[in-house]
Design a protein around this ligand. Structure first.
Ligand code: SF4
Length: 523
């Protein structure tokens, strides 16, 4: 199968399954190999459709963050290509949990769900149960599944999500073989494929987008920062950036499909590009992954400028920015951009330099404050939001006061506040001076009260103004209203109908309700 000949003309990147010779040996190169397995899976699914007299359906349930949500779009895209119809119900022919492991109790939730699935599988022995994502990168989890959850069919991790079709084919084939030998398909062995790490990035696989008008775009994977409370670097591997040309190609394709807003995603977007030269010079052989052509690393600020030039894209957001890597170049690009949204999420985590050091955040309170002041000076109407952890091991009342001080000085437009939760496998979990629960709760409440007071004052700033809003949905509680977002990320509700969804319209902000606005569309 020759890749270029089988590209769909509208996208120049996708491969036509119908033209794949499934009797040939599987191609070695990616993504051709995965399209080959999608075609093989589709043959089996078609047989099952005939046998059952109905379409097969699949449920992909996502736990965790935006990176997982993005991965799930890819998984759903592959399933759709194979012939599954999406369903919200877990009473499905295939259920795939894309798991998160940032918090310890996230794992318990997944085991709870699995108990329910085992009952459903008794009714439908051909049901396929799969688990993927961050939790699967932990060896003890896989061991537990292997021993106590033998009805699970498929387990894979974060580094080989692109191989989903190939792994699913193995499951389907095992089930077929069991049937031929008149054994129960429910008793087939689990397919397990976990990689410790990878430097491979496979492009051009299908994706099923959640929204037609906005879309997340991965610009990098993994993280090199090793904040001491965070499990991400252990389960998502080392930082690696996608090639700028691949990112641009995806953004252009999205714009052609009607997407107006892109969210560039990475654990630390500010360090985008740092690994490009190394990645691409060391691995030119990896097909359709990193290859030759990128001589110089491209910075995140430069990437933003490239994305800005894509016609049709009207709004650009990005997440997440590590303060230690936020450059003057980026501030300058944001300042002069017409498309980059007026919002920066800049995680603080703690206002105490002593605690920041224990967290391995690699900035001090003073450096953070200097950066925030520079941002406020250069981009006066920028909305700054943050994440704050309360009760990190060893945090004293004095440390906590430093956090409150930063909140008062920066005046965040909004903040996600978290009670520190011990995550086994991270250095912080082994730290001795864990803070008592009642003390943490008291600090958390004081922080929340301050954050909320300031957020409400900040939100008031645009009352009475008329500003562009990207309409996202019909209002959840009142279907005569639509809900959209300002560039600064505040929600706005105003009278409107379905046809406005996906449009950017000017809205007069009549009333601030604390954390959101009521408005009227401007004529
Ligand atoms: S920057 Fe820190 S908190 Fe964010 S993913 Fe990396 S290690 Fe975790």
């Amino acid at each position: 199968m020759e890749n270029m000949e089988l590209m769909k003309p509208d996208t120049k990147s996708r491969i036509l399954l119908d033209e794949i010779d499934t009797s040939a040996i599987p191609p070695m190169e990616e993504p051709q190999r995965q399209y080959y397995y999608m075609a093989k899976c589709r043959e089996i699914i078609k047989e099952r459709e005939l046998e059952y007299g109905r379409h097969l359906n699949a449920n992909v349930t996502t736990f965790g963050c935006q990176m997982n949500a993005k991965d799930s779009e890819k998984l759903r895209g592959i399933l759709e290509e194979i012939g599954y119809q999406q369903t919200e119900s877990e009473e499905a022919d295939l259920v795939l949990y894309n798991t998160c492991t940032v918090r310890e109790n996230a794992n318990l939730k997944v085991y709870g769900h699995l108990g329910l699935l085992s009952n459903l599988k008794k009714k439908n022995p051909n049901m396929i149960i799969g688990l993927c994502g961050c939790m699967m990168q932990e060896p003890d989890v896989v061991e537990k599944l292997r021993k106590s959850y033998r009805f699970v069919n498929l387990v894979f991790g974060t580094h080989n999500i692109y191989k989903f079709a190939e792994l699913l084919y193995e499951v389907l084939e095992r089930q077929q073989r069991a049937e031929q030998m008149q054994q129960s398909p429910a008793k087939t062995d689990m397919v397990i494929d976990i990689w410790k790490d990878t430097d491979q990035i496979v492009e051009d696989l299908p994706a099923d987008r959640t929204y037609s008008f906005k879309c997340g775009v991965n610009i990098m994977y993994g993280c090199n920062n090793f904040c001491t409370y965070c499990i991400v670097p252990y389960v998502r591997g080392r930082e690696r950036s996608r090639r700028p040309e691949d990112i641009l190609c995806e953004v252009e394709r999205l714009a052609r499909d009607g997407v107006k807003e892109v969210m560039l995603l990475g654990q630390n977007v500010n360090s985008y590009g740092k690994t490009l030269r190394k990645q691409f010079s060391s691995d030119d052989s990896a097909q359709n992954t990193a290859s030759a052509g990128t001589e110089e690393p491209v910075s995140f600020a430069e990437l933003l400028q490239m994305v800005e030039r894509v016609p049709g894209i009207e709004r650009i957001r990005f997440m997440t920015s590590h303060p230690k890597d936020l450059s003057d170049e980026l501030i300058d690009v944001m300042k002069h951009s017409k498309k980059i949204c007026n919002h920066l999420h800049l995680p603080l985590q703690s206002g105490s330099s002593r605690i920041l050091k224990k967290m391995n955040r690699r900035y001090t309170k003073e450096q953070y404050l200097e950066l925030a002041a520079k941002l406020r000076r250069e981009i006066p109407d920028l909305s700054i939001t943050t994440d704050i952890i309360v009760g990190f091991p060893g945090e004293t009342e004095e440390d906590f006061q430093e956090t409150l001080d930063v909140v008062r000085q920066v005046r965040y437009d909004s903040a996600f506040t978290f009670i520190y939760s011990k995550r086994t496998g991270t250095p912080a979990a082994a730290m001795e001076d864990q803070v008592p629960e009642d003390v943490v709760k008291d600090r958390f409440n004081r922080l929340l009260a301050l954050v909320q007071t300031i957020s409400q004052e900040m939100a008031m700033k645009v009352e009475g103004q008329t500003l562009p809003v990207l309409v996202e949905s019909i209002n959840d509680h009142d279907d005569t209203l639509v809900t959209g977002r300002l560039s600064n990320n505040l929600l706005v509700h105003f009278p409107g109908a379905q046809e406005l969804i996906g449009q950017i319209v000017n809205v007069h902000l009549t009333e601030c309700k604390g954390f959101y606005y009521m408005g009227e569309m401007a004529s």
